[in-house]
Design a protein around this ligand. Structure first.
Ligand code: FES
Length: 71
């Protein structure tokens, strides 16, 4: 997942993915480019938990996903 990539590469993102991929925090929110976003939906369709979590995330756009839900 995007979250795994951030962790594996020790990318400095304070507070990112604080629930460890449990779909319980929305701190892994990412905004993707249009073409990339469409591709993620083909490979990792929305789940109900992700949609619910994004409903409460700040600054959500039409191209938002949770980084822990995109592989
Ligand atoms: Fe918490 Fe993705 S890491 S919702």
């Amino acid at each position: 997942s995007i979250l795994d990539t951030v962790i594996d590469n020790e990318i400095e993102t304070e507070g990112y993915g604080i629930c460890g991929g449990g779909i319980a925090c929305s701190t892994c929110h990412v905004i993707l480019e249009d073409g990339v976003f469409d591709k993620t939906l083909e490979e990792d369709p929305w789940g109900e938990e992700e949609c619910d979590m994004l409903d409460n995330a700040p600054n959500v756009t039409d191209f938002s996903r949770l980084g822990c839900c995109v592989h």
